[in-house]
Design a protein around this ligand. Structure first.
Ligand SMILES: *Cc1c(COP(=O)(O)O)cnc(C)c1O
Length: 240
C-alpha cells in the first residue's frame, strides 16, 4: 500500500500546487514517521521519499540505527526537551520545533562545543489550543529577532500543526496566520527571505489547504502509512 499511497499524495500535492498557481516542486513531502517501523520507512525510501520527521528522540535513535544505510534526511518535529539536545543533534539536519529560549540556549551551547550548526524552524501554536506546543503567534516575531544571538542556529522558517479539525476550512486560519507571520518577518526585516523561507504546515487531512496558504513542506503520516496505534495526544500533549 505504501507506494500507492505515496503516489496519491504526490498527485494531491501536484493538483493543489497547480490550483494555487504554484510549482509542485516547491512543495516538499516530509514523511511523518512516528510509530512507523523501519521497514515501512525503507519501503517509502525505495520510492524516492527520503525526507522524514520524528517526534521522539528514542524512536529517532532506534530507526536511525536500523536505517543508517539509507541517505535519509531527518527532521525533528516533536516537543524537544533540553536534556535530549545532545542526542537529537546526532541524527537530524533540522529541528522544526524550536519553541522557546531555553531550547535555543541548550542548542547553542552543544553546537558551540562541537563547532557545528543546525537548521531550525520556529514552531508557532496557530490554533490557540493549550494542548499544543509552539510559541504564541504574538510572540513569534520577537522570538525570531532574538535568535540572532544564537549564531549556531540557521533559521529556515516556521512550522505549525494548526487546529485539529477534520474540516480543512476550519484549519485554514491557522495556516494563513503562519504565512502572515512569515510575511511580517520579511517585511519588517526581522528575518531575511531566506531565513523565513519555509512554511512547514499541512498534514494528511489538510495538505491542500496548507499548500494554498503557502506551505513549502507538508508533513504526512496516516495517508501514507495508515492509522497509528497511539493517539496523537501522546505526542502532542504537554504531559506526554
Ligand atoms: C503526526 C504528525 C504529522 C502527520 O500527521 P498525519 O495526520 O498522520 O498526516 C505531522 N506533523 C506532526 C508534528 C505530527 O506529529
Amino acid at each position: 500500500m505504501i507506494p500507492v499511497n505515496i503516489n496519491r499524495i504526490r498527485e494531491r500535492i501536484q493538483r493543489a500546487a497547480t490550483k494555487a498557481g504554484r510549482r509542485p516542486e516547491d512543495v516538499k513531502l516530509l514523511l511523518a514517521t512516528k510509530t512507523v517501523t523501519a521497514e515501512g520507512i525503507r519501503e517509502a525510501a525505495k520510492y524516492g521519499e527520503l525526507l522524514m520527521g520524528e517526534n521522539k528522540v528514542q524512536e529517532l535513535k532506534q530507526k536511525h540505527e536500523a536505517l543508517h544505510d539509507l541517505p535519509l534526511n531527518k527532521h525533528f518535529i516533536g516537543h524537544l526537551q533540553s536534556n535530549k539536545v545532545k542526542d537529537v543533534l546526532q541524527y537530524v539536519s533540522c529541528i522544526e520545533s524550536l519553541d522557546r529560549h531555553s531550547l535555543a540556549i541548550a542548542l547553542q551551547k552543544k553546537l558551540s562545543q562541537s563547532d557545528s550548526h543546525i537548521d531550525v524552524m520556529i514552531q508557532v501554536n496557530t490554533s490557540f489550543e493549550a494542548s499544543k506546543f509552539g510559541l504564541k503567534p504574538d510572540d513569534a516575531l520577537t522570538f525570531a529577532a532574538s535568535l540572532k544571538n544564537y549564531d549556531r542556529l540557521r533559521i529556515k522558517g516556521f512550522m505549525t500543526i494548526g487546529l485539529f479539525d477534520a474540516d480543512p476550512e476550519k484549519v485554514r486560519p491557522s495556516f494563513a496566520l503562519l504565512r502572515q507571520i512569515k510575511e511580517e518577518a520579511i517585511a519588517h526585516k526581522i528575518l531575511s527571505p531566506e531565513e523565513a523561507f519555509h512554511l512547514s504546515m499541512g498534514m494528511s487531512n489538510d495538505l491542500e489547504t496548507a499548500i494554498e496558504e503557502g506551505a513549502t513542506i507538508v508533513r504526512v503520516g496516516t495517508a501514507i502509512f495508515g492509522k497509528r496505534a497511539l493517539p496523537d495526544s501522546y505526542y502532542w500533549n504537554e504531559k506526554a
